[in-house]
Design a protein around this ligand. Structure first.
Ligand code: BGP
Length: 493
């Protein structure tokens, strides 16, 4: 009996996103994407103002704010050093995104930006040279801003053509370098963060003081366009390279939503939350259907569902090859309280049975068994290979007087979650791999800060934008290296 439960071809590594690490936000032809006008995707005041003259939203950054993502951790210029650190841990896979607006800066061009294409050629070459499979997200909250201000983003079905032009370009360009593709990062967060998650702006706004205000019609039009585009992406990808593995990518912390009591209202509420937060995209992407509970929600929101029979046939035929997702924490549903949400998932009543939460100010609940629950729930529902492409813990930490970063809490968090991945493998769940989120410190998605550090590698940059950008190993670096080297066997020691 081999010393480990993890399959020998298990993909071990880490994940980042272009908008949270590359920087170079306007370099080599790149134009802004929606995250470039926000300090974190939870921001309630994006840098957009309505111009009555032009009848458009336009970018207006706040001089009082520090947009850390504009320089990120300078991955655009330092990726060889960073990938060297990743290779030092023995990664055989590395996830990042292609910034759509490096390839088609405005989004509606017919010809791509060669400098943008060349950057990702160089990046993927380096990953392959170091023995890492690229796992590439086609859009990680990175819709070109011009497509949103000019066309309304995904609320406009023209987006499907712009998207397919982009996807065809990068599938063709990298068809011999990239095998694993993810479509829309956490697009299911549309239910609470539609502007960033689904790349939508209201071009006929009912509230010209609030760019985040979109109508139910714009939301559901976007949903239908995204579901169709996802199927067309799978179709096109397999035409360009039949060996491509194309997966969806959903935020699934909210799948681990527990009923706070055995009151049927809490049980039904928890089921409904799983549906409206994750399954409403998982079902079309994986099972090729628009489920009845979605059509009921549409009806109750006054939206007349109008997908043609050809489109319904398309989404039925071209479902994804695997299901990838992020998991950070679990939550509870109680009919007694108003539930809140952030990049980690639902925040209802605190679960008294968990070991605790991450430190202030984020206080994300720590629930490793929630990952085993989520893996089994998703596998039972979709019977597709599952790929954990985000799991990690953000901590406010720094070097001690000897320059050591003793991040034992990160080792604890990651070990406990990996032990539950092992349990799920023993449960018979087909798991492709585990990519730790933020293997080097990068800019937080939710809050746009550097203070929330996920990395095994520390990056000397701070919320005020100062710092040398120097990289250094934390104690968890060698711990994770050994986990990979032993293919998970060291977890049991
Ligand atoms: C997910 C995003 C990632 C990542 C993660 C952690 O929603 O896909 O971009 O950032 O959240 O969230 P945060 O950075 O806010 O801690």
């Amino acid at each position: 009996m081999s010393e480990t439960v993890f399959p020998k071809n298990f993909m071990w590594g880490g994940a980042v996103a272009a908008n949270q690490c590359e920087g170079a936000w306007l370099e080599d032809g790149k134009q802004p994407n929606i995250t470039d006008v926000m300090v974190g995707i939870n921001a309630t005041d994006p840098g957009l103002v309505w111009n009555e003259e032009t009848g458009r939203w336009e970018m207006k950054l706040d001089s009082e704010k520090v947009y850390l993502s504009h320089d990120g951790i300078d991955f655009y210029h330092r990726y060889k050093e960073d990938l060297g650190y990743m290779a030092g841990m023995g990664f055989n896979a590395f996830r990042t995104s292609i910034a759509w607006s490096r390839i088609y800066p405005l989004g509606d061009e017919t010809e791509p930006n060669e400098k943008g294409l060349q950057f990702y050629d160089d990046l993927f070459d380096e990953m392959l040279r170091l023995g890492m499979q690229p796992v590439i997200t086609l859009s990680h909250y990175e819709t070109p801003l011009h497509l949103m201000t000019e066309y309304g983003g995904w609320a406009n079905e023209k987006m499907i053509d712009f998207w397919m032009n982009y996807v065809t370009t990068v599938f063709t360009r990298y068809k011999n370098k990239v095998k694993y593709w993810l479509t829309f990062n956490e697009v299911n967060n549309m239910y609470r963060r539609p502007v960033v998650s689904a790349g939508i702006l209201s071009v006929k706004p009912y509230d010209k003081t609030n760019p985040l205000a979109i109508s139910e019609k714009e939301k559901w039009d976007s949903y239908c366009n995204l579901v169709k585009a996802n199927a067309m992406t799978v179709k096109r990808g397999h035409e360009i390279n039949p060996d491509f593995k194309i997966g969806c990518m959903l935020s699934c912390s909210a799948v681990a939503t527990y009923p706070f009591t055995c009151d049927p209202d809490d049980v039904l509420g928890a089921l409904n939350l799983q549906r409206i937060s994750a399954f409403y995209f998982g079902d079309p992407f994986c099972s090729g259907i628009i489920p009845g509970y979605v059509r009921r929600q549409m009806r109750e929101e006054g939206y007349s569902f109008r997908m043609s029979s050809e489109d319904l046939e398309l989404i039925k035929t071209y479902t994804v090859d695997f299901f990838s997702f992020s998991y950070y924490r679990s939550g509870t549903y109680s009919k007694e309280v108003e539930n809140a949400y952030d990049t980690g998932g639902i925040r209802g009543r605190e679960n008294p049975y968990l070991e605790g939460t991450s430190p202030e100010p984020w206080k994300w609940p720590i629930d490793p068994k929630g990952l085993r629950y989520t893996l089994n729930t998703l596998y039972d529902r979709y019977h597709l290979p599952l790929f954990i492409v985000e799991n990690g813990i953000g901590l406010d930490e720094g070097p001690d007087e000897n320059g050591v970063i003793a991040d034992s809490f990160r080792i604890h968090y990651t070990k406990e979650h990996l032990l539950q991945v092992k349990e799920a493998i023993l449960d018979g769940v087909d798991i492709m791999g585990y990519l730790y989120w933020g293997p080097m410190d990068i800019v937080s998605a939710g809050t746009g800060e550097m203070k929330k550090r996920y990395g095994f590698v520390y990056v000397d940059r701070f919320n005020d934008g100062t710092g040398t950008l120097k990289r250094s190993k934390k104690q968890s670096y060698d711990w994770y290296r050994e986990v990979i080297e032993t293919n998970g066997a060291s977890l049991d020691r």
